[in-house]
Design a protein around this ligand. Structure first.
Ligand code: ADP
Ligand code: MG
Length: 345
């Protein structure tokens, strides 16, 4: 019995070795392929990898795409899709009735609840009522650049009364979720893209690189054992990268004040809101997190962007993650293990 298991194990190692690693088995014939698509999470997704043929790569990339489309539809708060109860459905039924949802939605919201607890509410998907005021102001500014407005303090305070996980009932057994306050809304923008990217990466073959709107996840080093190289963009919009990181099987996520914003009265209002004030957080220009799971990386990058260094360091330690902060004056700060990922120039 034991021998059979050993033989099977050797066979498995040989098989995977032949397909991917051992030069004698032909990894030299692997070619690099790349594809992109535009229909998930309102952003550009790249898939890069090595395969023996374009057809083989296409099959893996299609599987990644399919997974991302599935999660995109479930986590969409702006559109409905035939035959699916998604987060828009949950928002639309706020104060009315519990909604039966797929396991993927329960998993996301349970994860989001733990993130809210760990971050002391700094990252909280039940902030939708507040975040939607900023979203509307940003959309209005895009359509009427000369006429941009900022949500009023009064409107923000009123919206804040309809936030908090106390208003979200997650019933795992019944498979339902329910926003009990008719004015409460979910907004999962802080972590859903990373959560979905992590799930897609889990299903992808080793040695692939996924980038979903800059939310990067590598499923292992390239087949020849060399790392993937990921650039950290300059938050001030400078050419090139401020750092290049070398990664194997991990994920890199950045949150920054330059990513999505509008300008009113000469002041830039970006998209990451400090729940304590109701306004965009001004503490950092950007933060980059390296985390094994890109859902955690996404949640942490938003959290670190809002929180002070000490609270951020604690979160990184809790998850075995690394982080880099860029202060308003451009000074960079690193967690202890971060510099090891930076490629020597
Ligand atoms: P991006 O998605 O642009 O990479 P982030 O991951 O940092 O950026 O998430 C920003 C998005 O998260 C915002 O667009 C908004 O939808 C949502 N958000 C902003 N502030 C918060 C917050 N304090 N808690 C939860 N979600 C937030
Ligand atoms: Mg995030």
């Amino acid at each position: 019995m034991r021998k059979r298991a050993a033989v099977l194990l050797v066979a498995a190692v040989l098989l995977s070795g032949c397909a991917v690693f051992a030069p004698s088995c032909g990894y030299g014939q692997l070619k690099r392929y790349e594809t992109s698509f535009l229909d998930v999470f309102d952003t550009v997704t790249y898939v890069k990898g090595y395969a023996l043929s374009e057809e083989a790569f296409r099959k893996d990339a299609d599987a990644v795409h399919e997974t991302l489309v599935k999660y995109h539809r479930l986590y969409d708060i702006y559109h409905t899709y035939d035959g699916i109860a998604n987060l828009k459905t949950v928002n639309d039924r706020a104060g009315t009735e519990p909604v039966r949802v797929d396991r993927e939605i329960l998993d996301l919201l349970l994860f989001a609840r733990s993130v809210s607890e760990e971050t002391g509410g700094a990252v909280d998907v039940t902030l939708g009522a507040v975040l939607s005021l900023w979203h509307e102001a940003r959309e209005y500014a895009a359509a009427h650049p000369g006429d941009a407005y900022v949500p009023s303090g009064e409107a923000l305070r009123e919206a804040a009364r309809h936030t908090g996980f106390g208003l979200l009932e997650i019933d795992e057994e019944a498979g339902t979720v329910f926003l009990t306050d008719p004015d409460a809304r979910l907004d999962v923008g802080a972590l859903a893209k990373g959560f979905a990217t992590a799930r897609a990466a889990e299903q992808a073959p080793a040695g692939m690189l996924l980038s979903v709107g800059g939310n990067v996840a590598a499923t292992g080093p390239k087949p020849d054992g060399t790392p993937w190289v990921v650039g950290v963009v300059d938050p001030d919009g400078g050419e090139g990268y401020t750092h290049t990181l070398e990664i194997g099987r991990t994920s890199v996520v950045t949150s920054g004040d330059y990513q999505r914003y509008f300008t009113a009265g000469g002041i830039r209002y970006h998209h990451i809101i400090d729940p304590d004030t109701g306004y965009p957080s001004r503490r950092w220009k950007a933060v980059t997190v390296i985390a094994g799971d890109s859902g955690i990386g996404d949640a942490l990058s938003t959290a670190l962007f809002i929180l002070g260094r000490e609270a951020g360091e604690k979160l990184l330690l809790l998850h075995g993650a690394e982080g880099m902060w860029v202060g308003q004056d451009g000074t960079e700060y690193f967690s202890d293990g971060f510099p090891a990922y930076i490629r020597d120039q």
